[in-house]
Ligand binder design. Structure first.
Ligand code: FAD
Length: 405
């Protein structure tokens, strides 16, 4: 029996661990495009960038531990190049690696700013190398422009401000994250940026990058403004890393190319499952919505489930998780559970510190967002899993009160 995991990051590692925990003693090969053993990405936009970190990368396990504790054969720095679902083989560096069960965990690749080409000082943030380059620019007191006020862009802005550096955050929509989380929450996010000295430019798009001798000098906006910059970080979204799948026959999402899975994370070919940022999965808890989430917890949970199902497809059952993520800005913790695809967003507590907002779908509680209420979010996550009625959820929320708990 041969198990193959493609993608050596969070989901890939959790798939390996889950297979071993389930008692699988056969061979497991972990194939990774990066040279590194799996490491944790969330700190890359937080403690790794601001002043409080010792600068070392945060790997989950050393290469020796992976080999000895988990019995994994590692193929790092070697991207999978093709999948043959009929022959049950993955091609890596001109070698065909066979599998009985395959977990696709290749994650996502950040989008580049159009026109950035190879201009020095313009970065995305996904890998350790990206974070090292951004950190080094911040250490040289870079004037920073961040493009995109999503979670990663906002965390980079926050890290620059923690170092006392000037930072401008450019966002195309008129409120940050309002499309994803609603306008009230978007307004709170905008306030967080402004209160902490980030120059927030809303409703503006980048039309060009200015450079001198191949190094960035500024960012041109659609109103003609040129923002001076030594460092530009684009946080403008990601694309699932599936080009290696080519025309292997798996169904890919028509817009972003992510792997389409059913609710058991089965990708539609014998023995093939997908997990993490690469996967669109049907979620029975939310009316069979197709969800592709870029959340740490989702990747870890899906991978554990996918690995178990790959070991025993006949025993596979639907996975119906409550999505969860967190993000840290300016010393504040934002947490979200559930889905924001909702009929109504109700802000229970408006204060910037101690914000609580609930999301209603039909008669049910579908989502909850908190700022600086870590004691609350998991309670709401459990209520969402339990399909809490909206009126009950509102009553519970009011009992929790407006103050941080
Ligand atoms: P990835 O971590 O993207 O890993 C995929 C791996 O597959 C990569 O190593 C890639 O090189 C490799 N790969 C790609 N193609 C191939 C191939 N053909 N062959 C072999 N290997 C391949 N989530 C939160 O919930 N909270 C946070 O605060 C948070 N902060 C984040 C901060 C940053 C800077 C980033 C980048 C992400 C953050 N996330 C956060 C998201 C979270 O880290 C991701 O959801 C998680 O990493 C997804 O894991 P994954 O294994 O699915 O994909």
């Amino acid at each position: 029996m041969e198990r193959l995991v493609v993608g050596a990051s969070l989901a890939g590692l959790r798939a390996v661990q889950s297979a071993r925990r389930s008692g699988f003693t056969g061979r497991i090969t972990l194939i990774g495009a990066e040279e590194h053993v799996p490491y944790d990405r969330p700190p890359l936009s937080k403690s790794f960038l601001d002043t409080g970190h010792d600068g070392s990368p945060s790997s989950f396990h050393s290469e020796d531990e992976l080999r000895e504790q988990f019995g994994v054969e590692l193929r790092l720095g070697a991207p999978a190049e093709a999948l043959d679902t009929a022959a049950r083989e993955v091609r890596v560096a001109d070698r065909a690696v066979p599998y009985d069960g395959l977990i696709i965990a290749t994650g996502a690749t950040p989008r580049a700013l159009p026109g950035a080409g190879a201009i020095a000082g313009v970065h995305q943030l996904r890998t350790l190398e990206d974070a090292v380059a951004i950190r080094s620019a911040l250490e040289s007191s870079a004037r920073t422009v961040v493009v995109g006020a999503g979670f990663i862009g906002s965390e980079v802005a926050s890290a620059a401000r923690k170092r006392g550096l000037p930072v401008t955050l450019v966002e195309a929509s008129d409120l940050p994250l309002s499309a994803a989380l609603g306008r009230d929450v978007g307004a709170v996010c905008a306030d967080l940026h402004r209160t902490h000295g980030t120059d927030l430019r809303l409703g503006r798009t980048v039309t060009g990058i200015e450079s001198n001798h191949g190094a960035v000098t500024g960012v041109r906006l659609d109103d003609g403004t040129v923002l001076s910059a030594d460092l530009v970080v684009a946080g403008i979204g990601v694309t699932p890393a599936t080009t290696w799948l080519g025309d292997c026959g798996l169904r890919l999402h028509e817009h972003d190319g992510g792997v389409l899975c059913d609710s058991t994370l089965w990708a539609g070919a014998p023995g093939v499952y997908a997990a993490g940022d690469v996967a669109h999965a049907v979620n029975p808890l939310f009316d069979d919505d197709l969800m592709r989430l870029e959340h740490w917890t989702t990747a870890a949970e899906q991978a554990a489930v996918a690995a178990r199902h790959a070991l025993d497809p006949a025993a596979a059952t639907p996975h119906a998780p409550v999505p969860y993520f967190w993000s840290d800005w300016y010393g504040h913790r934002i947490q979200f559970a559930g889905t924001a695809r909702a009929d109504e967003v109700r802000v229970i507590s408006q204060a910037q510190q101690g914000l609580l907002a609930l999301y209603r779908r039909g008669h049910r509680l579908a989502g909850a967002l908190t700022v600086d209420r870590p004691g609350d979010i998991m309670k709401f996550r459990r209520r969402i899993a339990g399909r809490d009625d909206w009126a009950e959820a509102l009553a519970f929320a009011r009992r929790r009160g407006p103050a941080p708990v």
